[in-house]
Ligand binder design. Structure first.
Ligand code: URP
Ligand code: ZN
Ligand code: ZN
Length: 572
């Protein structure tokens, strides 16, 4: 047995996304070695009694922003505090976002984030990369980022945060094309940044400066429009799409509909959108209201969290993150007189698992297996780290959560492990407590204590061509290839009878008003009605028609087989 470190988890119910079984789990040196009944403890093994508990793969939070510099300040949960809070709640891996400044080289931003993370993380981690500007060098850099050395297989585009991170549609198209080329996943923050800017100006001019201005400037349809636009653009180039932080019913419905139509799209609600609504923005206490400011915002429609949970339980939405990006009240106060300056972001890393258990499983909407699926397994599959992560099986990393489904706790900023001074789930009593947590085979949570080592987490490269995603892409590709067939036409098929076409150039007359103006006081006589074609309306195709006329009149592009009056055809 040598110096091996063994942990034996005995007597629990192992819950994976596909099934639950009564089994023991043996861990050796950070890897799950055996899953089975009545396993015996090797000499020196740590034995954990999981009788009456569930043994699950640790959570994977697909969306975090640890120590993110944003809106003139920096998120207070750094990679140490953020991952410590994560472990306390049963999450054993995070996928954080590298967000280059506009114009910054991807590799430079990568180095910066990697250094921040490496020295602080207490659990395993990987990265998504945001694309915040576009030129051909970015395409090259995306290819580099997707190599094993960098390990990035997902690229996020912001459709909001105009002039800061936002991309235009034609730039998104290029990013999607490049993702498709390298086997990556295109991600979007879906909100219409132009509309938001216009709304913000209008609301501020009206004197609406408080946090309520935030949702008013970013209504639901502004999110839904962007989701639809992203679905359409990505689908044209057959790039798989992952919509981060799904916040509204209509956004979720678009994802559901497009998936039914066969598009490869994944939707990620977050702990906040699954448990909170937007009525907080109208809270009298500014500090309270500002604490809920994130983008896209929570929705005033109080049925939204339940609805999103229903879709998640039923498989119409796929996995969950938190968008954990925390700012203290003093930081939020940057926007005390102007809601557009309130740093956007909320907590969630510690409480995601409990909140989803409470609202999903305890409420009866989803099974424990589906819970594992939406908190861990599907994320591992999409981002191509399955079965290393996301399952309790021999050979997988020993990121394990021993979950007490019956115990309750009440969430509070007083007791949470975050650095932030507010908790958006404050006062919520939730069933489901992380009793014991192992990260890479080490017990880090036990008896309510969190014992972590700063910098001990490892980077997990996310490689491109995730089979879970790209098998679907290929299926769709084949369906499209079958449709995209050229119609073969002979010269005879191409014949168009042009005998009735008037090829004489039209006299170029100066434009006349459609209706003769009635001279003021002209004996009450009415003006003569102009013919129908000349009616006074804005013809949206007027220029286009004019263009066509000049094409028809220009000799080099037409060949007239027979002179006018006889048989003729046009070949373009
Ligand atoms: O409000 C949010 N979501 N803050 C973090 C940045 C982002 O948009 O994901
Ligand atoms: Zn975002
Ligand atoms: Zn985010």
């Amino acid at each position: 047995m040598g110096d091996s470190q063994f942990v034996l988890i005995q007597g629990g119910t192992v819950v994976n996304a596909n099934e639950s079984i009564r089994a023991d789990v043996l861990v050796e040196d950070g890897i799950i070695r055996k899953v089975g009944e009545n396993l015996s403890a090797p000499e020196g093994a740590r034995v954990i009694n999981a009788e009456g508990k569930m043994v699950m793969p640790g959570g994977i939070d697909t969306h975090t922003h640890c120590q993110m510099p944003f809106m003139g300040t920096q998120a207070v949960d750094d990679f140490y505090i953020g991952t410590k809070a994560a472990l306390a709640g049963g999450t054993t891996m995070i996928i954080d976002f590298i967000i280059p400044q506009k114009g910054e080289k991807l590799a430079d931003a990568y180095k910066k984030w990697k250094t921040w993370a490496e020295e602080k993380v207490c659990c395993d981690y990987s990265f998504h990369m945001a694309i915040t500007h576009w030129d051909e060098s970015v395409r090259k850099d995306m290819r580099l980022m997707s190599t094993e050395e960098y390990g990035i297989n997902s690229f996020k585009m912001f459709m909001a945060y105009k002039d800061v991170f936002m991309l235009q549609d034609h730039e998104m198209l290029e990013v999607f094309k490049t993702c498709r080329e390298i086997g990556a996943i295109g991600q979007v923050h879906a909100e219409n940044g132009d509309v938001i800017e216009e709304n913000q100006k209008r609301l501020l001019a009206m004197g609406i400066t408080g946090p309520e201005g935030h949702p008013l400037s970013r209504p639901e349809e502004v999110e839904a429009e962007a989701v639809l636009r992203a679905c359409v653009i990505s689908n044209q180039v057959k790039c798989p799409l992952y919509v981060v932080h799904v916040m509204s019913k209509s956004a979720a419905e678009i994802i559901m509909t497009k998936r039914k139509e066969g598009a490869v799209i994944f939707g990620e609600p977050i702990a906040a959108s699954l448990a909170c609504n937007g009525t907080h923005y109208w809270h009298k206490c500014w500090r309270h209201a500002a604490a809920y400011v994130l983008s896209p915002p929570l929705r005033e429609d109080e049925g939204t969290p339940d609805y999103l949970m229903d879709l998640l339980a039923q498989g119409h939405l796929q996995c969950t993150g938190t968008d954990n990006c925390t700012f203290n009240s003093s930081q939020k106060a940057r926007g005390i007189n102007d809601f557009t300056k309130i740093p956007n972001g909320v907590n969630g890393l510690e409480d995601r698992m409990s909140v989803i258990w409470e609202k999903g499983v305890w409420s009866g909407k989803m099974s424990p297996e589906r819970f594992v699926d939406v908190t861990s397994t599907t994320a591992a599959r999409i981002f191509n780290i399955y079965p290393q992560k996301g399952v309790i099986a021999p050979g997988s990393d020993a990121d394990i959560l021993v979950w007490d489904p019956d115990r309750t706790r009440t969430i509070s900023a007083e007791t949470h492990h975050h650095a932030v001074d507010f908790n958006i789930f404050e006062g919520m009593t939730v069933h489901g407590v992380a009793e014991v947590v192992l990260t890479n085979g080490k017990v880090v949570v036990e008896n309510g204590e969190v014992n972590v080592t700063q910098g001990s987490g490892k980077f997990v490269p996310n490689l491109p061509h995730s089979p879970y995603v790209y098998d679907l892409v290929r299926t769709n590709e084949n369906i499209r290839i079958a449709k995209e067939v050229k119609v073969e036409r002979s010269a005879e098929d191409m014949f168009v009878d042009m005998s009735k076409l008037d090829l004489k150039p039209e006299p170029q007359e100066p434009a006349k008003p459609a209706v003769e103006p009635t001279p003021a006081g002209a004996n009450g006589a009415t003006a003569k009605a102009a013919p129908r074609q000349a009616e006074n309306y804005d013809d949206p195709f007027a220029n286009h028609r004019q263009d066509n006329r000049s094409v028809v009149d220009s000799k080099p592009v037409i060949r007239v087989r027979n002179p006018p009056g006889g048989k003729s055809s046009i070949f373009f």
